[in-house]
Design a protein around this ligand. Structure first.
Ligand SMILES: [Zn+2]
Length: 438
């Protein structure tokens, strides 16, 4: 038994926790569901206490070692993320939440520990109180959560509204200032939706957001054709943003990775569209076909080579003889998203796993695709990242300051790996179509 498994075993028998008596009556089943929900809340309170304690210890150690205050505690959020099997962005939020609860909001923490609040509902309270100073935060905490009987039957929306109301009463100016600061967070994001669709989300100050929606609604009100209102609004948005009619999209480079069999219609393995994820072979074939027949487009193919056993990328034909550029492209296609476990953020940096100043070579094996945040985190004291080839799969190991180890493997290329191993089959071509404006 590993050391970790032994710790879990002596702390709690997880199998017993997850077991259900098949002969239990209905009332007993409901009681078990209720009790397990309390266990989840209590576990969240325990995680918050542990995270806040870790942060305090680390900062004390670093202060003693002479680390400047601004740099103390760097990377702790990412360690919490790895331990919680969550993304570093959420890890940072979990840590902020934990510190607020433990140091400033004892009643909310107690309500969480007793199961009166779920982790999400406590997060909502912490979030709404974030603009207040410590004394007001403590007042909000006491008013909302000191009497847990008042929390019974209160859902997410009502708890948020109550916390907002108390915050606005305690310090209206702080709430206004926070709103002004939030404007700086305006942004646009994209995430995959089902059925080969995508959600493009715009976070805007309320007046602009309402204005955008009203303008789109106005074009739906004044357009009379066979399209639905939603279709007119979506098409109008595309037209105004790209400057092209929706059915004639702007020409931008699309990186598409697919197996040669899929490209020629010989099999149906999904392709991968950079920045989106897997798409069906027929949709990818359509994109390539459109690029080939459209004389304003330029479709180019680049051959990729994969390990026939693991399906991992092992080589890439590069038009560029300039080594770092070709290498960066290779790492981007191989890793697809940030290689920190559970991160999934877009790649911003192609960096050395073992840094150059510690003898790490500039190579595909020692190269790693990472988001900005994770690249910065792994430079913090006590972090060590090594990369290597394990059975044909590019594998990176992350060791955190406490000695905890986490592994990440590069995703396989699209298409089924070949079963037989031979020189000939190593030549499996995979196409990238770069669609450029002519
Ligand atoms: Zn990352």
């Amino acid at each position: 038994m590993s050391e970790d498994a032994a710790i879990v075993e002596c702390m709690f028998d997880l199998e017993v926790l997850a077991a259900v008596d098949p002969h239990a009556d209905e009332a007993a089943l409901i009681e078990q569901i209720d009790w397990l929900e309390r266990v989840k809340s209590a576990a969240a309170a325990g995680q918050a206490r542990a995270a806040a304690a870790l942060d305090e210890k680390r900062r004390a150690e670093e202060a003693a070692a002479g680390v400047p205050k601004a740099k103390q505690g760097r990377g702790v959020g990412s360690e919490v993320a790895l331990a919680r099997r969550d993304s570093p962005v959420r890890g940072g939020r979990h840590l902020g939440f934990a510190k607020a609860l433990v140091h400033e909001m004892p009643h909310t923490l107690a309500a969480l520990a007793s199961g009166a609040l779920s982790e999400w509902r406590s997060t909502l309270i912490v979030r709404e109180s974030a603009c207040l100073d410590v004394d007001d935060r403590r007042r909000l905490d006491a008013e909302l959560c000191a009497d847990v009987s008042k929390l019974e039957g209160i859902g997410d929306a009502r708890i948020t509204a109550k916390a907002k109301e108390i915050a606005a009463r305690l310090d209206a100016q702080a709430v206004v200032d926070q709103a002004a600061k939030a404007e700086a967070d305006r942004t646009v994001t994209i995430r995959p939706a089902p059925d080969c669709m995508a959600y493009v989300t715009v976070l805007l100050p309320v007046a602009q957001g309402v204005g955008v929606y009203a303008a789109l609604k106005h074009s739906a009100d004044t357009t009379f054709d066979d399209r639905s209102r939603g279709q007119v609004m979506a098409d109008t948005l595309v037209e105004r943003v790209t400057g092209h009619p929706a059915e004639e999209p702007e020409h931008v480079a699309l990186n598409l990775v697919m197996s040669d069999q899929s490209l020629w219609g010989q099999d149906n393995s999904p392709a991968v569209l950079d920045g989106y994820g897997p798409i069906p072979a027929s949709v990818a074939q359509g994109l390539v076909r459109d690029a080939v027949v459209d004389e304003r487009s330029l479709a180019t193919l680049r051959r990729l080579y994969r390990d026939p056993r693991s399906g991992s990328l092992v080589g890439m034909e590069s038009r560029s003889r300039f080594f770092p550029k070709g290498l960066a492209g290779f790492i981007g296609v191989r890793d697809r998203t940030c290689r920190t476990p559970y991160c999934d953020a877009p790649i911003r940096h192609r960096d050395h796993a073992t840094p150059r100043n510690r003898g790490g070579p500039t190579s595909a094996v020692n190269g790693l695709g990472e988001c900005e945040r994770c690249n910065y985190t792994k430079e913090a004291p006590g972090w060590r990242v090594t990369a290597g080839d394990v059975n044909g799969v590019h594998t990176a190991e992350f060791v955190t300051p406490t000695g905890a180890r986490y592994r990440s493997t590069a995703p396989p290329l699209p298409g089924a790996p070949m079963i037989a191993v031979s020189e000939v089959e190593l030549r499996i071509g995979v196409a990238i179509a770069d669609l450029h404006a002519a």
